[in-house]
Design a protein around this ligand. Structure first.
Ligand SMILES: *[C@@H]1O[C@H](CO)[C@@H](O)[C@H](O)[C@H]1NC(C)=O
Ligand SMILES: *[C@@H]1O[C@H](CO)[C@@H](O)[C@H](O)[C@H]1NC(C)=O
Length: 206
């Protein structure tokens, strides 16, 4: 009697496991992602991101235009352990040294030539010129960069091993924030003139 009851409970239509957990972006993001949007409100649009083929605004400083498809822009990837980005680089454009604390990155060059690399915890730099059709991985948490060393616009499609890999850019952390100049100088060995110059350039305070 009991096994039959259990089986009927297991196979009853109302007790299936969820196939997905589309982010309810009206609630907070937790370490395990967003809460699930009510399935009755989920549509195909939650699983589709359009417009990645159109560059965003090019940064005047970096001459690059990254477009993220993280969970905040792409709610259908909540809980799936993946996300993406599309990056355009004008000639000479670059993505400054940064890390994604929560995810590894796979970059595929779909147009042009990029010099890309990362720096390991042992301070070894691994860098290489990537042409159209080449890919490289940046292991989770390590500092990395890309520079367009070609003469045309370069384009890269990027995948991450987290729906919310995060991004921390070294120069912004030091010179665009509020860490006081004296402390920046103490913890980086840089001199006062250089720190003040970079804070002015990147908008930092203190
Ligand atoms: C989901 O939406 C349906 C239809 O609007 C509603 O009946 C149901 O109570 C909702 N479920 C939850 C958990 O809010
Ligand atoms: C691009 O710049 C325009 C004008 O400054 C701004 O209105 C728009 O929101 C920006 N787009 C993105 C994707 O940042």
């Amino acid at each position: 009697m009991l096994p039959i009851l259990l089986l009927s409970l297991l196979f009853s239509s109302s007790s299936h496991a969820a196939d997905f957990c589309v982010a309810d972006l009206t609630g907070p993001e937790t370490p395990s992602g967003y809460h699930c949007k009510n399935e009755s409100a989920v549509t195909a649009d939650d699983f589709v991101m359009t417009g990645l083929g159109v560059p965003g605004n090019f940064s005047s400083m970096f001459k690059a235009a990254p477009k993220a498809a993280f969970v905040r822009q792409f709610p259908g990837i909540n809980g799936l352990g993946i996300s993406a980005a599309f990056v355009y680089y004008a000639p000479g454009g670059f993505i400054p040294l940064h890390t994604h604390p929560a995810g590894s990155e796979l970059i595929v060059v779909t147009q042009g030539t990029l010099l890309a690399g990362f720096i390991s915890s042992a301070n070894n730099a691994y860098y290489k010129t990537l042409n159209t059709g080449d890919a490289m991985v940046f292991p989770q948490g390590l500092l990395h960069f890309q520079v367009n060393v070609g003469e045309t616009t370069a384009i890269a499609v990027v995948g991450f091993s987290s729906p919310s890999p995060g991004i921390q850019t070294t120069s912004f952390s030091l010179f665009a924030g509020n860490l006081p100049s004296a402390l920046v100088e103490k913890v980086t060995f840089l001199d006062d003139d250089e720190v003040k110059k970079l804070k002015k350039m990147l908008g930092g305070t203190g």
